[in-house]
Design a protein around this ligand. Structure first.
Ligand SMILES: Cc1cc2nc3c(=O)[nH]c(=O)nc-3n(C[C@H](O)[C@H](O)[C@H](O)COP(=O)(O)OP(=O)(O)OC[C@H]3O[C@@H](n4cnc5c(N)ncnc54)[C@H](O)[C@@H]3O)c2cc1C
Ligand code: SF4
Length: 509
């Protein structure tokens, strides 16, 4: 054998660099389902199934092209349970001259493969991941000489470079950003009638994976009862078409809104398909841009959606690789509380958290604002150690992969990086959740109250957070208004809030 081509579970694109120069006569593919990847954090069953089902479908499609695939299944009695040991065993058996792979998406996994190749004394040809629209070198060039990195400037460069929503050298419509038009909530009557997203019911291959997961990893969190994620490129394309046709037009207006029993609203559900590389971000962006050109969706919605992919998605990847491995250890706010147990069950009397966590455990999904301004906001205000929060997010979302999850969680949501990712901590009281959802209407707490038996824990902890971190927040211009509001509280009110916040912390310790 000449090359053994190593393909990881989130590298399922047939146009990746790993296929350059591939010759089925002398090269073969290696893929492995290893238990360690499902247990290093306590993974949601749906996340494990999405990865393994997509891998098995991909391997099957390669075999149909007469490509030799050495595939280790999770339930194979000889499975070593770990990438390194599996690869060593495969190399001893197959004796390739060299290993070829696209760089891994996770820092530690990349290190492990490098170390294993070195131990095996085999050359490892590690190739760039062309799925992304900004390479490491592109991001380094953008970051060069900047004191502070901000997504907005990176995004503008990407728009210009790829000519996306551009009118010559100017942004289409005159503005780079239509965010101010994209923050609507629903009225009392809730979201308008909208088509439910297309579902992909598990076929025989996926059902096989589900059976193994239910048997081998039975105690893992989450449910498989509603599993309907796309696990092939065809299904991913159908999911994209369905979103563009039925939900993109309202995506902008309601991207921050939340509503009971409405997990999807106008969101695309495309992150998992993109992260597994079943879908190319260029195709997603092109389809959205076309929807604007053909009048299917307004500019504000299309720009808002494209910004998430061409802007945020590429930007967080840049942050991850620029600041790893140190990034994962950062804890600028010195937060040391443990994660409340109810994050694994949803059993809490705080309605917004019960709804969001309940939905997460059921589907492995919550949209951005639920992640940022409900589950993330609560741990930030409570002062939970960001590494524990990171492990929870990595475990419970079907789309979770470290390069995108970590900067979003530790950086944007928990401000553990002190402002590398976002210029200010995303903090708010319960009133924000009241404004953007109907959660508070069904809750025993009152979002306008910060002390006493009906006080909303978000509101109590919000004021306490401002007091605790006042010296740091004062230095941040974007926080000055929130800090100034502290002056409205009397000393007695401040003390009552602090006492109530302390008792919340103790009850959740
Ligand atoms: C604490 C926290 C943890 C997160 N963890 C993950 C994660 O593990 N994996 C993941 O893919 N996204 C993560 N995100 C980003 C975002 O919440 C999800 O991408 C989005 O909710 C996925 O649902 P969707 O496909 O319906 O997205 P839509 O709302 O339809 O957005 C369209 C696409 O834009 C991209 N996108 C949107 N926001 C972001 C963002 N902040 N960073 C990167 N890409 C973005 C995604 O690819 C998404 O599919 C996280 C956000 C927060 C606040
Ligand atoms: S009152 Fe507070 S705890 Fe209850 S749903 Fe509203 S924000 Fe959440």
């Amino acid at each position: 054998m000449r090359h053994l081509i190593l393909i990881l579970g989130d590298q399922l694109n047939r146009d990746s660099a790993v296929w350059d120069g591939f010759d089925p006569q002398v090269d073969a593919v290696w893929m492995a389902e290893v238990e360690r990847e499902s247990t290093k954090v306590w993974n949601h069953k749906a996340r494990i199934v999405a990865f393994l089902a997509a891998m098995r479908h991909f391997a099957e499609s390669l075999r149909q092209e007469d490509i030799t695939v050495h595939y280790r299944r999770l339930d194979d009695p000889e499975n070593h349970g770990d990438f390194r040991m599996e690869l060593e065993a495969a190399v001893k058996k197959l004796r390739p001259q060299s290993l070829v792979m696209v760089e891994a998406g996770e820092w530690q996994v990349r290190e492990d493969f490098r170390a294993t190749a070195a131990r095996l004394k085999l050359p490892l040809d590690e190739r760039e991941d062309r799925h992304f629209m900004a390479s490491h070198a592109d991001f380094a060039k953008h970051a060069e000489g900047r004191k502070q990195l901000r997504m907005e400037y990176f995004y503008r460069e990407m728009r210009q470079r790829y000519g996306v929503l551009m009118d010559g050298k100017k942004p289409m419509g005159g503005d780079w950003n239509y965010d101010s038009e994209n923050r609507k909530s629903f009225g009392k009557e809730g979201p308008t009638l909208h088509a439910a997203p297309v579902r992909f019911l598990p076929d025989e291959i996926t059902q096989g994976v589900m059976a193994v997961v239910e048997q081998k990893l039975a105690k893992h969190p989450g449910s498989l009862a509603d599993f309907d994620w796309p696990v092939t490129p065809d299904e991913a394309q159908q999911a994209l078409d369905d979103f563009i046709q039925h939900r993109l037009a309202d995506f902008g207006d309601y991207q921050d809104a939340m509503w009971t029993n409405e997990p999807w609203l106008f969101h695309s559900r495309l992150s998992t398909a993109m992260n597994l590389k079943l879908l190319d971000p260029r195709d997603v962006i092109r389809a959205a841009e076309k929807a604007y050109q053909t009048g299917t969706a307004p500019l504000a919605a299309v720009e808002g959606f494209i910004r998430q992919i061409l802007g945020w998605r590429e930007y967080v990847r840049g942050i991850y690789w620029r600041f790893m491995p140190g990034y994962v250890t950062l804890n600028e706010l010195q937060a040391h509380q443990r994660l409340p147990d109810f994050y694994w069950t949803g059993e809490t009397d705080m309605n917004c958290l019960r709804e969001t966590i309940g939905q997460t455990l059921r589907y492995g999904y919550a949209h951005h604002i639920q992640r940022l301004m409900v589950t993330g906001l609560f741990t930030l205000l409570l002062g939970v150690r960001p590494q524990e929060v990171h492990e929870w997010y990595l475990a419970v979302y079907v789309d979770a992969v470290e390069w995108v999850e970590l900067p979003n969680t530790l950086g944007m949501s928990q401000h553990g990086d002190g402002g590398i990712m976002a210029s200010k901590p995303y903090i708010a009281s319960g009133k924000y959740i009241q404004r953007m959802s109907n959660y508070c209407a069904g809750c025993r707490y009152d979002p306008a109250t910060s002390t006493g038996p009906k006080a909303c824990p978000f509101t109590t902890l919000y004021w306490d957070f401002l007091m605790q971190h006042e010296p740091r927040l004062r230095l941040n211009q974007r926080m000055s208004m929130q800090v100034r509001n502290l002056a409205r509280l009397s000393e007695t009110e401040k003390q009552s809030i602090q006492a109530q916040a302390e008792s919340i912390r103790q009850s959740l310790a």
